[in-house]
Design a protein around this ligand. Structure first.
Ligand SMILES: NC(=O)c1ccc[n+]([C@@H]2O[C@H](COP(=O)([O-])OP(=O)(O)OC[C@H]3O[C@@H](n4cnc5c(N)ncnc54)[C@H](O)[C@@H]3O)[C@@H](O)[C@H]2O)c1
Length: 320
């Protein structure tokens, strides 16, 4: 694989402009493509505004605005820029036929060893690899909005994707400060499957008249949402206790009768093996000698740091 210096971002919308900005801020040269000049001009305005706000926040020196903008070339010529790029990230609208067309074109126009990544939120990466020349260099790299700030990138190989492609993409994401994690190519990958399960319940609660959108947002932000940037769901289940979780699942399933609350088999199995979580030193994780105490301290120090930010942000009781 070539060293990566020139990145092509296809699609200059909500994600594409932020992706171009992120690469440029990491001293990479960027080609940013969209269908017409008007959309590219709009993207340039958005990027400038974002960068100027970074200066206001003291995250960027004033000179950094022009430096980053100079690194971004906007164009409608996909074949020419694909021929010059060392890495391609497709971020056009979520439309499978459109993405297949773009991958066919990219496969022919980019060099055979150039990684072709898609930012799709939902499509099976195999569908795109199947229409592309040299499918071993195709993979999903699912970023999150706003891409210049949110750390996660889900790394999703197709069946044909080579190990070298995966390793290079991971190393590239890490080199620009991202937090890549491997996922299988299944609907919603990992993050969106969880996020949409939560959205479905939040919407149902409002639809059933049990709480207003403002009340749901306030409760989520100040409860489990507050914890989620410090600890993932399995770390949280371990802290709360697997048996406690099962008891709540049982009650919810009994009262609400919805399949998503049926106590999961994986929970039953672990409880049967005597794994109750932090309280007895083993749950989804092993908390060996003293680890439980360390984890409790880590919990309290991380959450206390977040509590200060939370109080500052919520003093006025604003929603957004
Ligand atoms: N918006 C999000 O929060 C988010 C988060 C993660 C992933 N994604 C994914 O990223 C991709 C882009 O999403 P978005 O929110 O930026 O969409 P968007 O609609 O804001 O932008 C898509 C851009 O693609 C352009 N486009 C369409 N056809 C094109 C073509 N033939 N050539 C070049 N450009 C073309 C459109 O003109 C538009 O500017 C989607 O696959 C989406 O699922 C979005």
């Amino acid at each position: 694989m070539k060293d990566i210096q020139n990145v092509l971002v296809v699609g200059a919308g909500v994600m594409g402009h932020g992706l171009a900005q992120t690469f440029a801020l990491n001293n990479l040269d960027v080609f940013l493509i969209d269908k017409d000049r008007e959309l590219l001009d709009r993207a340039e305005v958005w990027i400038r505004e974002n960068l100027e706000f970074m200066v206001e926040l003291n995250l960027l020196q004033p000179q950094g605005v022009e430096d980053a903008l100079r690194r971004i070339s906007t164009t409608t010529d996909l074949d020419d820029s694909a021929g010059k790029a060392d890495y391609v990230l497709e971020a056009v609208s979520e439309n499978l036929d459109l993405k297949k067309e773009i991958f066919k074109q990219l496969g022919a126009a980019a060099g055979p060893d150039i990684i072709l990544a898609t930012n799709t939120s939902s499509y099976d990466i195999n569908e795109l690899a199947a229409v592309t020349l040299h499918p071993e260099r195709v993979l999903g790299t699912h970023w999150f909005h706003p891409p210049s700030i949110t750390p996660a990138v889900e790394i999703i190989p197709a069946d044909a994707t080579s190990e070298q492609t995966v390793n290079t993409a991971i190393a590239f994401m890490e080199s620009i400060g991202k937090f890549p994690t491997m996922c299988k190519s299944t609907p919603g990958f990992v993050a969106n499957r969880i996020q949409f399960a939560m959205a479905a319940e939040a919407l149902a609660i409002v639809q059933e008249g049990l709480a207003s959108p403002e009340e749901v947002d306030r409760i989520v932000k100040s409860s489990f949402g507050f914890r989620l940037s410090a600890f993932g769901p399995f770390e949280i289940i371990d802290q709360a206790g697997l048996d406690t979780y099962r008891a709540i699942f049982e009650y919810l399933y009994d009262k609400l009768g919805r399949e998503q609350f049926r106590p999961p088999q994986i929970l039953n199995d672990l409880i049967e093996q005597g794994r109750l979580g932090l309280k007895n030193g083993k749950g989804f994780y092993d908390h060996k000698d003293g680890a439980a105490e360390v984890l409790k301290q880590k919990r309290d120090s991380r959450l206390s740091a977040r509590l200060n930010i939370f109080r500052n942000e919520n003093q006025g009781g604003e929603h957004v």
